[in-house]
Design a binder for this molecule. Structure first.
Ligand SMILES: [Zn+2]
Length: 339
């Protein structure tokens, strides 16, 4: 139901005649009042205090668009008018379509017209219209910090997240090393390559998400159970945490190559799963690994950069990585340099 405080221009001009007869001081104030906030209320109350009848001249949607661009107002004129009409300090609300209130002010002829603190009385656009009709211009006090534009910026700042990027790390041969070369993963021991701690410490200080993506077909082959693997992963995470290293998650594939799963590298399933779970922009992410399957998984997931380590068992790959590095520290330095 439309508030009866909302009047057409014709209606307000008729009302104005009555107020004149009754010697009631008419105050006007112009604005778009998009995203009504406390700063508006303070100004509206101050305006109301200047006289007896307070009329808000509200810029219509057309008017707001013409001076604030096509994305404004956020709130429609109908809703803005109703919100203002619901305020105790507001007596009437009138919409106008023009870019400035010259025409409507020349019709209403207010006793006092209020302008915001950012305008100058001297150069005010409708100064002539107000003064010639015998009115005065009153400048409202500044309400610091509050404006609809600032609110919008604040909201954007809160809700628009920058791209989340990730570094995917292979495990065996990249961060840890098996006791028995060529043997399947020893999930009973933790052995790290020498540059791992400084490299991951450095990476932990950045905003990159850090994921381990590891093929653990030892589960499918019966070398260890999934429960043992999970325990190993927990120990690994705990160890790194103790070194102030952040590993966001370990993704593993427990299948055998013949299972033809999508997660086993060179499949990109683990990378895509992480992307989905953490909202990762893969095209801005990296993978570091010591085998061709890491490079291929990275290419399949359209990562920004694939880095292959020239480890102990290095074999020149058929699919070339974007970079070669001698160890993970060198790889992390490449990533940070590209940042
Ligand atoms: Zn798998």
């Amino acid at each position: 139901m439309k508030s009866n405080k909302i009047k057409s221009q014709k209606e307000i001009v008729n009302l104005r005649k009555i107020f004149k007869i009754k010697k009631r001081k008419v105050v006007t104030f112009t604005g778009s009042f998009d995203l009504l906030h406390w700063g508006h209320i303070v100004s509206l109350k101050e305006a109301k205090a200047q006289g007896d009848v307070f009329i808000v001249l509200l810029n219509s949607d057309k008017s707001v668009r013409s001076y604030k661009g096509p994305n404004r107002p956020i709130i429609s004129e109908k809703d803005r008018a109703e919100s203002l009409a619901a305020l105790e300090c507001v007596n009437y609300v009138v919409l106008f379509d023009e870019i400035n209130p010259k025409k409507i002010l020349s019709q209403i002829k207010p006793d006092i017209h209020c302008i915001g603190p950012d305008y100058s009385i001297k150069n005010y656009v409708a100064k002539k219209e107000v003064l010639e009709a015998g009115g005065k211009i009153h400048q409202l006090k500044k309400v610091p910090g509050l404006s609809s534009s600032n609110l919008i910026k604040k909201i954007i700042g809160i809700y628009s997240k920058p791209d989340v990027r990730a570094v995917f790390l292979d495990e065996g041969g990249t961060i840890s090393v098996s006791n028995k070369p060529g043997a399947f993963y020893n999930v009973k021991e933790l052995n790290f390559l020498p540059s791992v701690i400084p490299a991951l410490k450095k990476l932990s200080k950045t905003d990159y998400k850090i994921f381990v993506v590891t093929n653990k077909s030892g589960v499918a082959r019966g070398y260890f159970t999934e429960a043992e693997l999970k325990k190993y992963n927990q120990r690994l995470l705990k160890f790194f945490k103790g070194k102030k290293i952040r590993i966001d998650k370990i993704y593993y594939c427990s299948h055998a190559p013949e299972d033809n799963c999508l997660c086993r590298k060179p499949g990109s399933g683990m990378l895509e799963k992480a992307a989905k779970e953490y909202g990762i922009n893969l095209s801005k992410s990296f993978i570091v690994g010591d085998s061709e399957s890491d490079v291929i998984a990275g290419k399949r997931a359209n990562l920004k950069t694939t880095i292959m380590l020239k480890g102990k068992y290095f074999k020149k790959p058929e699919v070339e990585p974007d970079f070669y590095a001698k160890n993970i520290l060198e790889a992390v330095n490449i990533i940070l340099k590209k940042d």
